[in-house]
Design a protein around this ligand. Structure first.
Ligand SMILES: NC(=O)C1=CN([C@@H]2O[C@H](COP(=O)(O)OP(=O)(O)OC[C@H]3O[C@@H](n4cnc5c(N)ncnc54)[C@H](O)[C@@H]3O)[C@@H](O)[C@H]2O)C=CC1
Ligand SMILES: O=C(O)[C@H]1O[C@H](OP(=O)(O)OP(=O)(O)OC[C@H]2O[C@@H](n3ccc(=O)[nH]c3=O)[C@H](O)[C@@H]2O)[C@H](O)[C@@H](O)[C@@H]1O
Length: 440
C-alpha cells in the first residue's frame, strides 16, 4: 500500500519506517527542511536504537522516501498519517495548530479518496476538527471528494520504539467508516498475525484511550514516588515494597519504579492536557492533578537531598551529573529532570559537569554556552574534582562503575541517585554516602 506519514519526529519516523519494513511504500513529509536533508543524506535526526539501520535498509529497497513537498505527499498515499507535535499551550492544553495545518494541507491538495489518520496525541473531539479543516479546504476549491478520518493513537516508548511498533500490545482504531476500517486493518495486518490486537472503537473513545493510558502510567509512578518519600522517613525500602505489591497480578511489576520524577514529551504534557479537557467540561480530575503536582515536586528531590547534605548555599561547588536525557536510550531532553536539577544547582551557586552517552548535543542546543555547565568525555571524567555525583538517568553504562576510582575522584564520596541503581548495603560497604529514592 502507498502510505504518507506527515512529520518525521519520534513517532512519524518510526511509523513510516516500520510500515516500510513490512512492505509498504512510504513517503514521509516534514516541513523542517533540515530534518529531510539529514534523512536524504542517509542519517536520522534523532537517537533511537536500531532505527538508522532500518531506515537505510528501507531507503535502499526503495520503499521509504522523504520529502518537503506537500503536494507530492498528499498525492502519494491513500492513507495519510498525521504524526506532528501537539505541544502544550500556555494553559497546558494541547496546541493543535500543527495537526490542523497538516489536515488543511491534505484538503487543499487531495484529488481522490483519502483516509486521514491522526496518530498524534490529541484531545477528544480533534477528529471532528480534522474533518472540518479538510472540508473547509475542499469547499474553498469547490470540491466534494470523499475522505475518512481515523483516530489511531500511538503507544510506543522512546528508546524501545521499534519493538513497541513492530510488536504492539494493541492497535487502537477509532473510526466509523467501513472502508477506512478495512484499509486500516490492511495497514496493520503484518503487525497483527499472532492474535488479533486491533481494537476498533469510536473516535472519541480512541482519543480518550491514549490519554487514559499515559495518565494511568503516570499515576503509578507518582504513587510510588510519594510512597518512596514516605519510606525514606520510615526507614522502609521502596524496592522491597515494589516486589511485594508487584507480585499481585492485579498490580504487576512494571512502571512501579520510584525515581526523580517522570519526564519526556508525553506524560507531563498529556496529564495536563487531560486535566484541561476535564476542566473545560467542568470536571475536576483530582487524582491526576495530584499526580502532576507530586511529579513537579519529585523533580526537586535530588536537589533537596543535596541541600540537606551540603546546605542551601552551594556557591563554589561542582556537581557531576550522570544522565541528561529523560530516560535511557534516547537523546530527548523534553521535560527531563536533569534540567530541573541543573537549573536548581545553578540557582544556588553551583556548577555542573555533565555526562550523557547521547544527549550532550541536545543539551548544548538547549543551553548554548552556559558558563555553569561543562561536559565530560566519559562518566568517570565527569567526576574529576567534583564535590559529589547526582544520577538522573539509568543508562546501562552507569550500573557498574569503578567505585574505587569514583571515591578517589569525588571530593566527598557521595552519590545522589535519582534512579536507585545501586544496593544501599553495597554502598555502605564501599564507604560511599548513598542518597537514593526510598531505599534503606
Ligand atoms: N515521542 C513519543 O514517544 C510519542 C509521541 N506521541 C505523540 O505523537 C505526536 C508526535 O510526537 P513526536 O514524534 O515526539 O514529535 P516531534 O516533535 O519529534 O516531531 C514532530 C514533527 O512534525 C513536523 N511537523 C510539524 N508540522 C508539520 C506539518 N504541517 N507537516 C509536516 N511536518 C510537520 C515537525 O517538523 C517535527 O519534525 C505528539 O502528539 C506526541 O504526543 C505518541 C506516542 C509516543
Ligand atoms: O505517549 C507517549 O509519548 C509515550 O509515553 C510513554 O513513553 P516515554 O515517555 O517514551 O517513556 P517511558 O518509558 O514511559 O518513561 C517516561 C518517564 O517515566 C519515568 N519512569 C518510568 C517507569 C517507572 O517505573 N518509573 C519512572 O520514573 C521514566 O524515567 C521517564 O522519565 C509511554 O510509556 C508510551 O506508552 C507512550 O506512547
Amino acid at each position: 500500500m502507498r502510505i504518507t506519514v506527515i512529520g518525521t519526529g519520534y513517532v512519524g519516523l518510526v511509523t513510516g519506517t516500520c510500515l516500510a519494513e513490512v512492505g509498504n511504500d512510504v513517503l514521509c513529509l516534514d516541513l523542517d527542511a533540515s530534518k529531510i536533508e539529514i534523512l536524504n543524506n542517509g542519517d536520522i535526526p534523532i537517537h533511537e536504537p536500531g532505527l538508522l539501520e532500518m531506515v537505510r535498509r528501507n531507503v535502499a529497497a526503495g520503499r521509504l522516501q522523504f520529502t518537503t513537498s506537500i503536494e507530492e505527499s498528499v498525492a502519494f498515499g491513500i492513507v495519510q498519517f498525521i504524526a506532528v507535535g501537539t505541544p502544550p499551550d500556555e494553559d497546558g492544553s494541547a496546541d493543535l495548530k500543527y495537526v490542523t495545518a497538516a489536515a488543511r494541507n491534505i484538503g487543499r491538495h487531495m484529488t481522490e479518496y483519502k483516509v486521514v489518520v491522526d496518530k498524534s496525541t490529541v484531545p477528544v473531539g480533534t477528529a471532528d476538527k480534522v474533518r472540518q479543516a479538510v472540508i473547509e479546504e475542499l469547499q474553498k476549491r469547490d470540491e466534494s471528494i470523499p475522505f475518512a478520518v481515523v483516530s489511531n493513537p500511538e503507544f510506543l516508548k522512546e528508546g524501545d520504539a521499534l519493538n513497541d511498533f513492530m510488536r504492539p500490545d494493541r492497535i487502537v482504531i477509532g473510526a466509523e467508516d467501513a472502508r477506512a476500517i478495512e484499509l486500516m486493518r490492511n495497514v496493520y495486518a503484518q503487525f497483527n498475525r499472532n492474535h488479533d490486537r486491533i481494537v476498533v472503537m469510536d473516535m472519541r473513545s480512541a482519543e480518550l484511550t491514549k490519554y487514559a493510558a499515559n495518565a494511568m502510567l503516570a499515576t503509578r509512578i507518582s504513587f510510588m514516588n510519594e510512597l518512596a518519600n514516605l519510606a525514606d522517613k520510615l526507614g522502609a525500602d521502596i524496592e522491597q515494597v515494589r516486589l511485594g505489591i508487584g507480585s499481585d497480578p492485579r498490580i504487576g511489576f512494571d512502571f512501579l519504579y520510584a525515581g526523580c520524577g517522570y519526564g519526556g514529551s508525553c506524560f507531563p504534557k498529556d496529564v495536563n492536557a487531560l486535566i484541561n479537557t476535564a476542566r473545560e467540561n467542568e470536571i475536576d480530575l483530582k487524582v491526576l492533578t495530584a499526580v502532576d503536582q507530586a511529579n513537579e515536586k519529585q523533580k526537586h528531590v535530588l536537589l533537596d537531598k543535596i541541600v540537606a547534605r551540603f546546605g542551601a548555599d552551594l556557591k563554589g561547588m561542582n556537581f557531576a551529573v550522570w544522565g541528561l536525557a529523560f530516560k535511557p536510550n534516547t537523546d530527548d531532553m523534553r521535560a527531563a529532570t536533569s534540567r530541573v536539577l541543573m537549573e536548581g544547582l545553578w540557582a544556588r551557586g553551583a556548577t555542573v559537569t555533565a555526562y550523557d552517552p547521547v544527549a550532550m548535543a541536545e543539551s548544548k542546543r538547549i543551553y548554548g554556552d552556559e558558563p555553569r555547565l561543562s561536559y565530560a568525555e566519559s562518566s568517570m571524567d565527569a567526576l574529576d574534582g567534583a564535590d559529589a555525583l547526582a544520577i538522573v538517568t539509568e543508562w546501562k553504562e552507569f550500573r557498574v562503575p569503578n567505585f574505587d576510582a569514583l571515591k578517589a575522584a569525588l571530593k566527598t564520596p557521595a552519590i545522589f541517585d535519582g534512579r536507585n541503581l545501586y544496593s544501599p548495603e553495597f554502598m555502605r560497604e564501599q564507604g560511599i554516602e548513598y542518597y537514593a529514592i526510598g531505599r534503606r
